[in-house]
Write a new protein. Sequence first.
Length: 95
Amino acid sequence: MIFTKLVKKYKVLDRLIIRIFSIVIILIRYLVKKEEMPSGKIVIIAMQRLGDAVFSLDAINSIVHFHKQNIVIICNPSSGDIFRYVFPQIGRAHV
């Protein structure tokens, strides 16, 4: 609550947060591109914990049904078991 008030009050803080998240996304893109993957491979980054992973299953299921193969899930070790159980056919990399 206090943090949101500070962000609303100071526009510089808002811009700084946006800049930090932009840099994090650029780094993730760079790290994913660093490994040579065959073209057409889809990487799903699901770094949430178990409860949030359950809520994302429908969205990931839609991606899996549309593309059928060449999908890798990078996930938190605590949510890896649920992905392994629901999607046994796709590759995973735990972080």
